[in-house]
Structure formats: structure tokens, C-alpha cells
Design a protein around this ligand. Structure first.
Ligand code: GLU
Length: 305
């Protein structure tokens, strides 16, 4: 096992920082547009009480697509594998996350739970009569997973997202016509927008990642997450967590991870560590430039096979 020094992360952040200039922050929401492109922060939870950190730890940001990891875990917990994967695929996505073409050919079933179409189907599966109850369920789950009872939705970001949801709205109505979502599409969209707008910091993500790194069943706030479900989610993260760059990421880095357009990234090193990264400068595939580079360096340091 690699011995990890406390001051190990800072030089990695220094090494990556010059590359941030090659990227651009997401511009589709006014709140994301305001993010500083040179921001970079990382936390690694080693599960032994030590959380190593570097960069601006005060930065708070919305999870965006990282939330799809958590909604999938909840759906698997409440509905089981058979129910979930009858309604979303487990194939690698092609095209962008909100494309109208992210469906398994001829079936109308979304390719996987990490494209927006798949995530909408997954949110529809969560318990609660009304979508708003599902947001409360997710928040409660995230507070347990991160150990942070203050986790909440950034309402301004959620409202911006809803106002700019035409594409997700199109996906929602198409899915409803396919009978893959059953609730009111407008309510579903509002729930999804709030879920994407949950605000965290890198330590929150590192804590959550560390819980998902365990090989055993996970007891969380009255729920029992089956080890097999958690492993399944890790595998999906590895091959479809980085939008269309997922295959390259899986082969180059090998750490299951999921990114979001805010520059948020969660990584899960099985049985060893949880990683949280914030780097809002994105590459052409909407992946965090700093996040990808840091993950690559982490994989080298942790000697990921
Ligand atoms: N809220 C974003 C959307 O649904 C999430 C996109 C992302 O982070 O990939 O469009």
C-alpha cells in the first residue's frame, strides 16, 4: 500500500493549475458563468479519519450531473436492479448528456442513468407521491452520505435551470409518451433542477465518495445500500461518468468518477478513498480540465491498476 504524506496534494494542484487556462467555464446558466476559471480544489478522504485537502476549500458549488450517482443509488435501493434497468440502459453514451439521441436504438429507453434522459427516468422512480418529496428524500440521503446536515439546494441556480430547461422538457415529454415516466413532467423537471442545484464543497464529495468506496453493504440513515448496488454504480461511473470522453477516461485513469458542468467531480477509489474536486474550467467535452488532470495524477500516486 502506498504511504501517503499529508502534504501530498498541494504539489499536484500546483502542477495542474497552469492547464486551467486552456478551458472555459460553463455559460448556460448565469450562476455558472460567474465561476472563477482559475479555481481548483481537491479533497481526498482516506477513510482513516484523514481528509487531505488542497486549493480553495471554501468554494461551494452545485453538484449538477454528479447528483445522478446519488439518484441512481436511491433508485436501486428502493426499486431494485431489475426495475431500474428495465427502464434505463447500461451502455456507454454517445453524444452530449442532454442530446435527444441518447436512447437505445429503436426502444426509446435512455442509454444509461447518467445522460439527462436516463436521470429523469431515475428521478421518477424515487419514493414520494409528488416530485417535491423526492427532493427531500435526496437531501436527507446526501446529508447522511456526506455527514453534513447543512446540505441544501441553491434555489437561484435551480430556478435558472428551470427557466432554461427546454431540452430537458422535450426529453421529459418524450419519456412520458413512452410511459417511462409517470408523474407530471413540469413537477419532475422542477425536482430534477433542484437536485442538480444541491450545493456542496469538495470535502462533502470526498466523504460521499469514501462511503461508496466500501466493499460491504452500507448502512445510511435507516437505509441499507447493498454492496452489489454500490459496485454497480461504481462500474457505471467508470465507463459512462465523463460524458462522451468516458471511454478515454476509463482507460487513461481508471478511477470511477462522475463530473458535472459546474466543474464538480466525485471519484471513488474502491476500498481506499473518496475524492472530491472542484475545477470549473471545462474542456470541449464539458469535463473539468483540472479534475481530469488531478484524477490522472491521483491514479498514478495511488498506483491504480
Ligand atoms: N443541470 C444540468 C442539465 O441537466 C446538468 C448537466 C451536467 O452537469 O452534465 O442540463
Amino acid at each position: 500500500m502506498t504511504v501517503i504524506a499529508q502534504n501530498w496534494l498541494a504539489p499536484l494542484v500546483d502542477e495542474v493549475r497552469p492547464h486551467l487556462a486552456g478551458g472555459a467555464v460553463s455559460t448556460y446558466l448565469p450562476e455558472l458563468r460567474r465561476a472563477p476559471a482559475d479555481e481548483l480544489a481537491v479533497a481526498v478522504d482516506l477513510g482513516d479519519g484523514n481528509v487531505l485537502t488542497a486549493g480553495n476549500l471554501h468554494a461551494r458549488f452545485t453538484v449538477q450531473s454528479v447528483v445522478k450517482v446519488f439518484t441512481l443509488l436511491l433508485a436501486l435501493h428502493y426499486r431494485g436492479e431489475e426495475h431500474v434497468f428495465a427502464r434505463v440502459g447500461r451502455d456507454q453514451g454517445i453524444g452530449s448528456y442532454n442530446s435527444l439521441e441518447t436512447f437505445i436504438r429503436g426502444s426509446g429507453v435512455p442509454v444509461n442513468p447518467f445522460v439527462n434522459a436516463g436521470a429523469l427516468v431515475v428521478v421518477d422512480m424515487l419514493p414520494g407521491d409528488r416530485p417535491q418529496g423526492r427532493v427531500a428524500e435526496l437531501l436527507e440521503f446526501l446529508r447522511a452520505l456526506t455527514g453534513n446536515p447543512t446540505i441544501a439546494v441553491n434555489e437561484a441556480v435551480a430556478r435558472s435551470e428551470l427557466a432554461l430547461s427546454d431540452r430537458n422538457r422535450a426529453l421529459g415529454y418524450f419519456l412520458r409518451s413512452q410511459r417511462l415516466v409517470s408523474c407530471d413532467v413540469e413537477e419532475l423537471l422542477w425536482a430534477y433542477c433542484q437536485m442538480c442545484a444541491v450545493e456542496v464543497d469538495v470535502v462533502d464529495l470526498a466523504h460521499a465518495g469514501r462511503v461508496l468506496a466500501d466493499g460491504a453493504d452500507v448502512h445510511l440513515g435507516g437505509r441499507l445500500l447493498q454492496a452489489w448496488h454500490v459496485r454497480l454504480v461504481r462500474r457505471l461511473m467508470l465507463f459512462s461518468g465523463m460524458y462522451e470522453a468516458s471511454g478515454r477516461y476509463a482507460t487513461e485513469v481508471g478511477i470511477p468518477a462522475k463530473c458535472g458542468v459546474s466543474g464538480a467531480m466525485i471519484g471513488v477509489v474502491p476500498r481506499r478513498a473518496g475524492v472530491g474536486i472542484y475545477g470549473p474550467a471545462l474542456d470541449e467535452s464539458a469535463n473539468s480540465i483540472g479534475g481530469l488532470r488531478l484524477m490522472r495524477l491521483l491514479a498514478l500516486t495511488l498506483e491504480i491498476e
